[in-house]
Design a protein around this ligand. Structure first.
Ligand code: NI
Length: 182
């Protein structure tokens, strides 16, 4: 946080760039970074590449919000979000670019995502709940936004240690994926 690269609007990838060795190398590096950090998502601007590319990998499981479907590691190129229903719900979000903090953010909980994969094929996903939040968090990075920009109540911004100690015990059974950063 504070690096100007995180605050830029990233550019779209051209069709001929998507399958390039350079992009494949970048994605391989991003996967390493994501796994090293134990996160669930990483956007190219977080590794100082100002292009519209993000990877997401979500371990599924039972949570207080119901069953969250697992999502195998997927790369999203030039993604767009359509809000299907702007009814919002909040989660405590974390971000690899804002280490050590957690913040409560309200976001729409029913969205459609259109993007390309690394073979330049069209992807379309309809997402609800926690997954809708994760995708909005990740693709915000492509527009130079961080989750902290959405925090409505500054009281709901905490260090991870205090979040774990004072806040998490009062939240009904958050699962592991909700404690990871993106
Ligand atoms: Ni993030």
């Amino acid at each position: 946080m504070g690096h100007p690269g995180l605050r830029r609007v990233a550019r779209k990838l051209l069709p001929e760039e998507i399958g390039s060795d350079e992009i494949h190398r970048l994605v391989a590096d991003m996967i390493d970074t994501l796994h090293d950090a134990g996160g669930i998502g990483l956007a190219a601007p977080q590794v100082n590449e100002s292009i519209r590319l993000a990877i997401i990998e979500i371990p599924g499981g039972q949570t207080r919000y119901g069953e969250i479907p697992a999502m195998p590691l997927t790369a999203f190129v030039n993604p767009e979000i359509e809000i299907i229903n702007d009814e919002s719900a909040g989660y405590w979000e974390g971000c690899l670019s804002v280490p050590g903090l957690r913040g409560f953010v309200m976001r729409p909980q029913h969205i459609r995502v259109r993007a390309l994969n690394l073979r330049a094929e069209k992807l379309e996903l309809e997402l609800r709940g926690f997954l809708a939040t994760v995708f909005q968090h990740e693709f915000d990075h492509l527009d130079g936004r961080l989750y902290i920009d959405h925090i409505q109540d500054p009281v709901k911004l905490a260090f991870e240690e205090e979040y774990e100690r004072y806040i998490l015990p009062n939240e009904p059974a958050a699962d592991e994926s909700q404690r990871r950063n993106s």
